[in-house]
Write a protein that binds this ligand. Structure first.
Ligand code: SAM
Length: 290
């Protein structure tokens, strides 16, 4: 089996197939064996696991997943990579390559077709341009994954794992931590990719929570509150909650909500924890009902 992390081997394969990297598809291929191992460890891939891979590229992670005995479905958008994948991976019985766009494809349909609707893991060196939308899709559509282990831009990973009061803390942190428990697996320098991207990366594992960490009566309202709270970072929670999607709420009502939630209206959104956002949203619903 050829080593798909060897720059020499990769160059030979790409030249043979006359392949040109597409910047707009976020094509930065891994050329470091250690990082491949770290991703496998982060995802805790074992024999018999069902794994959905996003963007196999020339098959570097895919090869490793297959050799560890996982049943792999890999979705690749670039048709120019399909003949390359056929050459590098062959046709093992535990692999299916699907040509498609992971943002648009019917993921639940794939899970039903290839994994009999059962739980699966996601593993990917994600193209940066789709990081947030694709992760949010897995979360919001309640797709039955157990862990998403993804290599993403360092700053985005830090935002996902940030805690109240940290400068990276924002609506993305709350959304990710509402559905999952993030684990930072390792930092990755830009030197381990071909071509080299401009940014550093982090491998992050998002372990799905069985239950959200807080009880929320109205999920849409909860996320509206979170979004509004971070809309203008310098504004107080009181001012932010009376603008944007919540502008039908007048100041007096919001003051009443904050008081009944035990939250100082002069605080900034970035100091509130997920429980406090839940309390605000739940009290808003109650007040609205009256
Ligand atoms: N997994 C390979 C590796 O680690 O070397 C390639 C990773 S590269 C960062 C991202 C891969 O995702 C590329 O192969 C790219 O063509 C593919 N890709 C980009 N956008 C996609 C999309 N919307 N759906 C599926 N694959 C996509």
């Amino acid at each position: 089996m050829k080593s798909l992390t060897s720059p020499k081997v990769i160059k030979e394969i790409l030249e043979k197939h006359n392949f040109r990297f597409s910047k707009s598809l976020g094509q930065n291929f891994l050329i470091d064996r250690n990082i491949v191992e770290k991703i496998m460890e982060g995802a805790q891939v074992t024999q018999g696991d069902r794994v959905l891979e996003i963007g196999p590229g020339i098959g570097t992670l895919t090869q490793e997943l297959i050799s560890r005995g996982a049943k792999v479905v890999a979705v690749e958008i670039d048709k120019n990579l399909l003949p390359i994948l056929a050459e590098t991976l062959g046709t093992p019985p535990n692999l299916s390559i699907v040509h498609g766009d992971i943002l648009k494809i019917d993921i639940q349909g794939l899970v039903n077709e290839f994994f009999e609707g059962k739980e699966f893991k996601v593993v990917a060196n994600l193209p940066y341009y789709i990081t947030t939308p694709i992760i949010m899709r897995f979360l919001e559509e309640y797709l039955p994954f157990t862990t998403l282990t993804v290599m993403i831009q360092k700053e985005v990973a830090q935002r996902m794992a940030a805690k109240p009061g940290q400068k990276e803390y924002g609506s993305l942190s709350v959304a990710i931590q509402y559905y999952t428990k993030p684990r930072l697996v390792c930092r990755v320098p830009s030197s381990v990719f071909m071509p080299r991207p401009k940014v550093d990366s982090i491998v992050i594992a998002l372990d799905r929570l069985d239950e959200p960490p807080v009880a929320v009566y109205d999920r849409d309202l909860f996320f509206k509150v979170v979004k509004a709270a971070f809309a203008k970072r310098r504004k107080t929670i009181l001012n932010n909650l009376t603008s944007g999607d919540l502008k039908e709420w007048d100041k007096e009502k919001i003051l009443e909500v904050l008081e009944s939630s035990g939250i100082d209206p002069q605080r900034r959104g970035e100091t509130l924890n997920i429980q406090e956002f839940a309390t605000i949203a739940n009290n808003m619903r109650d007040i609205k009902l009256v």
